[in-house]
Design a protein around this ligand. Structure first.
Ligand SMILES: *Cc1c(COP(=O)(O)O)cnc(C)c1O
Length: 433
């Protein structure tokens, strides 16, 4: 298949950036791989140098909670892959979301989020954020007008997932971006499930991208991480609505961040006012693991998509399977959006229904041998979960169905193994249902 990401001349293509961006040979030792700078702190040249660093007059390393060369290599790579101006790597996807909202919200403000989100994000927005006085309002990701209806003069942003977890539905980013632009607020897109190999939200009008690096970017199920990518597109001065960026900062002798830092002001603010004070730094070791994982992102992601499509097609013909919800299937209601936003494939995660319901779900999950039964996605290994007996078991059956986690629902995250082995494992487990 022709790879629409590859470019003929001039700008490097996606796979070249995945290998090379942010990964120059180490200036002091010549080391070719990105070194793990396993240090808490960095020596100043003299007091003047120290003063310049602390005053944001010069960029440089002070302390690993704020900045570190291994983290910087990861940040440069992901910013290049997303087409952003700068990035900030942090301890987890949830930490990235916390720092994004900390940079733009004051107590009493609100934001509008798509209802179809990763369950952990629904909890973070609905519970923990309430304690900061940040209110979330929910909208329907398939209906841009429903976002508009929730916006008032305290609304500071719109938040959606490009490919929504766990249902695997693509969102019309351009249509929702049009609403955000009309109201002068930024569109924040969680691109975890798609990865920049499949979807680059900044090209469709998003202003900020966040990721859980824990999933497809790291890709091997071994390291937690998160990242914020600054699109450099939003004018933070416009309405005076974002005082962290547009008002003089007492911590930095009256500096106005958007004036001093222009199209990287958001990433700087999230680092020097968010990460510095709240503290969820990523360890240099995890930054190293994740940046190494990203070098093979194109290969892994294409294999994930090809395997997932083959598995979805096979399941849709199986007599024990009631339905399959995968945007890559030609008759899926989400197929047109997939073709438009993600022509390389429909991702690795999808749900399907077992004809024999709840008990069949439990038996199925316990009978699989290659698929690991756990609550994660985006590993090289194939993963499975039966939400009704695990993540959604506290809910009533009605609530489970509303959340897309009814008693018959199984979620797969298809790995990069040989697809024939995956299908034969599914086949023997389905035979027991
Ligand atoms: C996992 C996940 C998160 C949270 O990331 P952590 O690294 O687990 O904190 C956020 N959004 C999506 C879509 C996810 O899948």
């Amino acid at each position: 298949m022709a790879n629409p990401n590859s470019r003929s001349s001039g700008n490097p293509g996606f796979s070249t950036l995945a290998v090379h961006a942010g990964a120059e040979p180490d200036p002091t030792t010549g080391a070719r791989a990105v070194p793990i700078y396993q240090t808490t702190s960095f020596v100043f040249k003299d007091t003047e140098h120290a003063a310049a660093l602390f005053g944001l007059k010069e960029f440089g390393n002070i302390y690993t909670r704020i900045m570190n060369p291994t983290q910087a290599a990861l940040e440069e790579k992901v910013a290049a892959l997303e087409g952003g101006t700068a990035a900030l790597a942090v301890a987890s996807g949830h930490a990235a979301q916390l720092l994004v909202f900390h940079t733009i919200m004051q107590p009493g403000d609100n934001f509008v989020a798509a209802r179809k989100l990763y369950g952990g994000s629904i909890n973070q927005f609905g519970n923990a954020f309430q304690n900061f006085g940040w209110q979330v309002r929910w909208a329907d990701s398939a209906d841009p007008e429903s976002f508009e209806n929730e916006i008032d003069d305290r609304t500071k942003a719109i938040f959606v997932e490009s490919l929504a977890n766990p249902g695997g539905t693509f969102v019309d980013i351009a249509a929702i971006s049009e609403v955000a632009q009309r109201f002068g607020i930024p569109l924040i897109v969680d691109n975890t499930m798609a990865s920049p190999y499949l979807v680059r939200p900044l090209e469709h009008g998003a202003d900020i991208v966040v990721h859980s690096l824990t999933k497809f970017l790291g890709g091997h199920g071994n390291s937690m991480g998160g990242i914020i990518v600054d699109g450099g597109t939003f004018d933070w001065s416009r309405s005076g609505n974002y005082p962290v960026l547009s008002e003089p900062r007492p911590e930095y002798s009256g500096m106005v961040l958007h004036e001093t830092f222009g199209n990287i002001a958001f990433a700087i603010a999230a680092r020097v006012l968010g990460l510095r004070d709240l503290g969820p730094a990523i360890s240099p070791f995890n930054a190293f693991q994740i940046q190494t994982g990203i070098e093979t992102l194109s290969l892994r992601m294409q294999r994930h998509c090809d395997n997932a499509l083959a598995v979805a097609e096979w399941l849709s013909r199986h007599p024990r399977v009631g339905w399959v919800n995968y945007a890559g299937l030609p008759d899926d209601p989400n197929n047109a959006l997939q073709q438009r936003y993600s022509p390389n494939g429909a991702g690795a995660v999808f749900t399907f229904g077992l004809k024999n319901g709840y008990e069949a779900g439990k038996i199925f999950v316990e009978s699989l041998k290659l698929f690991s039964h756990l609550a994660n996605i985006g590993d090289t290994r194939s993963l499975v979960i039966h939400p009704a007996s695990t993540t959604h078991r506290q809910l009533t059956e009605e609530q489970q169905i509303a959340a897309g986690a009814g008693p018959d629902v199984v979620r797969l995250s298809v790995g990069i193994e040989d697809v024939a082995d995956l299908i034969s494992d599914l086949d023997q487990a389905l035979a027991r249902t």
